[in-house]
Design a protein around this ligand. Sequence first.
Ligand code: SOE
Length: 394
Amino acid sequence: MPNKPPLRIAMTGYGFMGAAHSQGWRVAPRFFDLPAEPEMTLLVGRNAEAASAAAEKFGWAETATDWRDAVARDDIDVIDIVTPGDSHVDIAIAALEAGKHVLCEKPLANSVEEARAMADAAARAAERGVYAMVGFTYRRVPAATFARDLVASGAVGEVRQVRAMYLQDWLVDPEVPLAWRLQKHLAGSGALGDIGAHAIDLAQFITGQKLTSVSGMLETFVKQRPKLASSSGLAGTASDEMGDVTVDDLALFTGRFDGGAVGSFEATRMSTGRKNALRIEVAGSKGAISFDLEDLNSLGFYDATAPAGRQGFTKIMVTEPVHPYIEAWWPSGHTLGYEHGFTHQARDFVVGVVGGTQPTPSFADGLQVQQVLDAVERSAESGSAWIPTSESAG
Ligand code: SOE
């Protein structure tokens, strides 16, 4: 792109999230006017052959097999981390210390201790104009951003109740093999961290309130699964050997927010029939909103101040140029999909780091979500006691 400085990216990992992030980097500069041109310079993967195939498919110029090579290179400006959670802490801290901006997939880490170390490194880096952001991508679905704007404008009045759920069903079948998302030492937790983290972040983002204490339970329904023979998509093919599932299949919790609201949360990858149902409902003193990722081009809005007899949930099509991000896309009424959240994430990241402002959600935000996850786990271990999130200090 003429007249635009390059922003040279190295991405570590190339699974499902690698594909989604690649799409974001590739498409964002074609639709949004960015202050720099993202260049997909280097894809890092431990298996050289698979990394080369992924690089060719997704459009990365070169490959490497060790993330340390990416961090050491002078011609890399950004490290994009899409590997399983156990590697986030080492890669992110090394990258920030080497002066690279970092985009890191969620949840930020596998423990509060790791997340705190990352947030501390990010705070130090920010003083040098180097920024880190965590990939809670669903904030960037236009209807979710619009929901946040509506709540902030006072359209629902005082927020009293939040109902948040993230329901999938890809683990209902006990023959689905033991992928990394089912192993605590790799993923940190199960449904709780994998998708519950999204529900927590989105509920807090939309309401503008933070969870201060929680009471929860966790359940693992299928305790053993066939070990993985080869991975693809979310899982892959099964081997003949069995292995232990070391994470939760389901997390349920209630919580109190700092602005006075209360909420209920459900996260499960065993909700038969629900494919990717991230739903947030907010009930306030003057109205309510209802967001559903499976219907992501619209937002439900109930105006309790409308005349009696004319009240009811309105389905607002969030497809108009006045809505967040939409102006860059298609003419009025033409819809977007799952992948656009990643394009908007790439856009916001580039605008932030090149403009010298902290992009959100920051690693501090990621740490706060990690504290909620940890408090839920400790509450479940203790038999559902109420645990203040501030006690999860790491
Ligand atoms: C699997 O449950 C998964 O891919 C999550 O890991 C992602 O964060 C979510 O966006 C979609 O579902």
